[in-house]
Design a binder for this molecule. Structure first.
Ligand code: UDP
Ligand code: MG
Length: 240
């Protein structure tokens, strides 16, 4: 396949019921549109039937590529592998659990093209999570923005579309996928936000608890703040 316009990437950790539905939704959203696309699924060491389901799906979806990890390495690692494997001019990431809606991808592509931005990130307007999860996010986004000096409404939304060259420059560390818009912005790229759909998780379970999110997240905020302060800022005047 020649280089596609778009790579749709998602990390998979024990999402066997969700994967077939997700693939169908991606195809429904993108087949017949003006963008050529590939799908890159990263199996992050699933111990259910996810990998088999992915393998079996390749006959129906020949544009599906699969990367498998030796063992569970976490969501940031899976996303990093996906972004590195992606061949599209643009890359859109989303969760495999159907909480994000692939129908949002075409409007995001249009916004990116029309605005000339380098990244469009989703803002979950009708968030379908527990009250305590929504509260954690509210506090998390507030603290994050306050410490990093950024202004991102919903950095926890996995639905993110980015010019691949922009994400290729970012060195990721565990947990840092949540700071991707800030890290991309630090490189001098333009990031925009767009309201997107959000749905309740129907199958499988959430992989996170409140504690691992909050405490690690706080340390990450300071790391990102430090990076922002220490960014190399220079422009070459002349090369002789
Ligand atoms: N995920 C992963 N590796 C992990 C944990 C999660 O690949 O170690 C994937 C998971 O399968 C899903 C996405 O990351 O596609 C988000 O996970 P989850 O839905 O559990 O997070 P939440 O929506 O609760 O924040
Ligand atoms: Mg989820």
């Amino acid at each position: 396949m020649p280089q596609p316009d778009l790579s749709v990437v998602f990390p998979v950790y024990n999402e066997e019921e969700n994967v077939p539905i997700l693939l169908g939704e991606i195809a429904a959203a993108l087949d017949g549109r003006r963008w050529s696309y590939e799908i890159v699924a990263v199996d992050d060491g699933s111990v259910d039937g996810s990998l088999q389901v992915l393998r079996d799906s390749r006959t129906k979806y020949p544009n599906l590529r699969i990367i498998t990890f030796e063992k569970n390495a976490g969501q940031t690692a899976a996303l990093d592998a996906a972004w590195r494997a992606a061949r599209g001019t643009f890359v859109v990431s989303l969760d495999a659990d159907l909480q994000n809606d692939p129908a949002d991808i075409p409007p995001m592509m249009k916004m990116l093209e029309e605005s000339g931005a380098d990244m469009v990130i989703g803002v979950r307007v009708n968030r379908h999570d527990t009250w305590s999860r929504k509260m954690q996010s509210k506090i998390g986004n507030g603290v994050r923005n306050w410490i990093t000096g950024d202004h991102i409404t919903d950095t926890g939304c996995s639905l993110k579309l980015v010019r691949r060259e922009a994400v290729a420059r970012v060195k990721l560390f565990t947990g840092m996928h949540r700071f991707l818009p800030t890290l991309v912005r630090m490189q001098g790229y333009k990031v925009m936000e767009m309201p997107v759909n959000h749905r309740p998780r129907q199958f499988g379970i959430s992989k996170y608890g409140a504690m691992n999110r909050a405490f690690r997240g706080l340390a990450d905020c300071f790391a990102v703040r430090w990076m922002g302060k220490r960014m190399l800022k220079y422009r070459i005047r002349e090369e002789i």
